[in-house]
Design a protein around this ligand. Structure first.
Ligand SMILES: NC(=O)c1ccc[n+]([C@@H]2O[C@H](COP(=O)([O-])OP(=O)(O)OC[C@H]3O[C@@H](n4cnc5c(N)ncnc54)[C@H](O)[C@@H]3O)[C@@H](O)[C@H]2O)c1
Length: 440
């Protein structure tokens, strides 16, 4: 099939690459010429395990191309995926300007039947806006061209995006047009050969399903974070509680880890947007509003623990920071808890030496011009002369560190473990003080 993917970011690039992997003829469009130039030169603008190989294989096979030419992109795909960003607007709602502008580009240039697919995470009712934008453009051109709008939200996880796309838990298709449903079924059939995991529903339910999924996961995290804070006060251990409740098959183990708050490009903005959608519809999502408040507070928990140990004035203090990305296996730092932590430590007068396996380039961009933050070439180097080690991202390479090496380099042998990656007893037995989240 001929496919166009509009927006070549984390979702668009993975979608384009994985669709070409099954033999489809894919064109990826982006408005950023530098991104397209890099891709055409064989580079990859993001870190995502396995993605580079899929992209290179399909570019060589001639099934995957990158362009900034909107006319060419609109003409190419019978299926036009919109995978542009939907960042939060000032009032928390999803900013739809990129989605609408992508829709307008399609309407401006299309000459034959198109299935326009919203893959971006968009609020209920967006498909109507996309339809109206395309109709507007067709009207301005004085032409009638048939098209259908479909909602097909993406559920991939950064860090496992290729695997998630190639072997999805489910594919949600919100559509009313029979021809569009047939095309979507045919497109996704190779990904669900084992058993059918494609669910067709009405468009509004599909749009809401994506937000409901992220809201549920964010709720589990905030729930555990609040319980962790309680565990500290009452002398319980949140890890024991996690195992205790996760073993209940009605609850399960996923997304029950206490830590220093959720971040990333999806949960914070999607929780905000869903709360906004509810308010605009005259309803309150009281549970979700609390989830957001709890997470904002949790992002400050590490600084509170550090200040409780060293005092509020951190002038002259220096901290080693392990992990900058919002989670392991990605270089994405959007809304990462590390950003708030670094800002708070610096504003209290401390300096920070940070290390991350893949997000240092992104961090240099994010923290450009920020004084007091330096970057270390490896985890142990970050600890050199630091007052304490603070762990913010649970990268695998941090899990079994050289504790003797850490202790030898720190001025005070303290580990603040914002992701509970260590066994407190083990760390203490190596002569280090241990401060986790909700740990005994
Ligand atoms: N990142 C994730 O893990 C993830 C997972 C599921 C869903 N989503 C959703 O998918 C959408 C995209 O997220 P992302 O992380 O890939 O964003 P991103 O910022 O990485 O990529 C968006 C891309 O769209 C491009 N763009 C903007 N307007 C354009 C236009 N008119 N024409 C062509 N290109 C345009 C931007 O230049 C950018 O490269 C969002 O709605 C997000 O919520 C993201």
């Amino acid at each position: 099939m001929k496919i166009t993917v509009i927006g070549t970011g984390y979702v668009g690039l993975v979608t384009g690459a994985c669709l070409s992997e099954m033999g489809n003829d894919v064109v990826c469009l982006d408005v950023e010429p530098e991104k397209i130039r890099l891709l055409n030169d064989g580079g990859i603008p993001i870190y995502e395990p396995g993605l580079k190989e899929v992209v290179q294989r399909n570019v060589i096979a001639g099934r995957l191309r990158f362009t900034t030419d909107t006319r060419y992109a609109a003409a190419h795909g019978t299926i036009q995926f919109i995978a542009v960003g939907t960042p939060p607007d000032e009032d928390g709602s999803a900013d739809l300007q990129y989605v609408v502008s992508a829709a307008r580009e399609i309407g401006r240039h299309m000459t034959d039947y198109k299935v326009v697919v919203d893959k971006s995470t968009v609020p209920v009712g967006t498909a109507d806006k996309v339809k109206a934008a395309i109709e507007d453009e067709l009207k301005a051109r004085g032409v009638v061209v048939p098209f259908a709008v479909v909602s097909n939200p993406e559920f991939l996880k950064e860090g496992a995006a290729v695997e998630d796309f190639m072997r999805p838990d489910r594919i949600i298709v919100g559509a009313e047009d029979e021809q569009a449903i047939l095309l979507m079924r045919a497109l996704y059939a190779p990904y669900v050969r084992n058993h059918d995991r494609l669910h067709v529903m009405d468009i509004r339910s599909a749009e809401l399903t994506k937000y409901a999924a992220n809201a549920m996961l964010a709720t589990r995290i905030s729930f555990m974070n609040e319980l962790a804070n309680l565990a500290e006060v009452v002398g319980a251990d949140i890890e024991s509680v996690r195992v205790g409740i996760g073993s209940d098959s009605r609850i399960g183990y996923s997304f029950l880890y206490a830590g220093c708050g959720y971040g990333g490009s999806c949960f914070p903005k999607d929780v905000k947007a869903l709360i906004r959608t509810a308010r605009d519809s005259g309803t309150d999502l009281k549970v979700l509003e609390s989830v957001e408040v709890a997470n904002d507070a949790q992002k400050r928990v590490m600084t509170s623990k550090i200040k409780a140990r060293f005092g509020c004035d951190l002038v002259g203090r220096h901290f080693a920071l392990w992990g900058l990305s919002f989670k392991p296996d990605t270089d994405d730092m959007r809304d990462a808890p590390s950003r708030e932590l670094v800002a708070e430590l610096l504003s209290a007068g401390a300096t920070v030496s940070a290390y991350d396996p893949v997000a240092m380039d992104e961090a240099k961009h994010v923290f450009k011009g920020v004084e007091g933050l330096s970057y270390a070439p490896n985890p142990l180097a970050a600890c050199e002369g630091a007052d304490a080690l603070v762990i913010v991202t649970e990268w695998k390479e941090f899990r079994s560190p050289d504790f003797d090496g850490i202790k030898a380099r720190l001025r005070e042998p303290i580990v603040f473990d914002g992701r509970n990656i260590f066994d407190p007893e083990l760390v203490r037995s190596r002569g280090l003080e241990y401060v986790g989240i909700g740990r005994r």
